[in-house]
Write a protein that binds this ligand. Sequence first.
Ligand SMILES: CC(C)(COP(=O)(O)OP(=O)(O)OC[C@H]1O[C@@H](n2cnc3c(N)ncnc32)[C@H](O)[C@@H]1OP(=O)(O)O)[C@@H](O)C(=O)NCCC(=O)NCCS
Length: 128
Amino acid sequence: MNITNKIPAIKVIAMPKDSNADGDMFGGWIISMMDLAAYMPARKLAKKRLVTVAMDEITFHKPVFVGDCLECYAEVEKTGRTSVTVKVETYVERKDSLDREKVTEGRFVFVAIGKDRKPVPIINDTTT
Ligand SMILES: CC(C)(COP(=O)(O)OP(=O)(O)OC[C@H]1O[C@@H](n2cnc3c(N)ncnc32)[C@H](O)[C@@H]1OP(=O)(O)O)[C@@H](O)C(=O)NCCC(=O)NCCS
């Protein structure tokens, strides 16, 4: 993903409440930020109720520390009949040096659902 001139879907400072005893951020917190970031372009595209059905190829390349500024970039990679796949790449601006590093990446798959919670078509469907 080329993030030049791209606006992050989520930008947040890593806080102590989401870290372990050594000051590393919990992977689960980072994934929840990525899931939220992925939801942004998915909701814009689907304009329907969405649920996350899968998170694939999540990779933690580098640690995130308390005080780092986390930025999640998200873009739609694939649209299926009822699903949309969003690629997310996460960067941090380190607290002290302000160096920028890519820390994680992954794919998030959302499914559009109707009132009965069953999958519904995303595109060209005005009945749901
Ligand atoms: C999402 C859910 C409605 C899908 O129901 P389902 O009967 O399995 O749906 P289907 O088999 O018809 O698949 C629907 C779409 O999801 C895709 N899909 C299903 N499982 C998938 C997986 N593990 N990985 C990637 N895509 C998947 C299918 O390929 C299909 O996509 P398409 O229509 O674009 O081709 C159901 O699994 C569910 O409710 N899961 C719980 C969701 C949830 O609570 N998430 C956490 C909170 S948001």
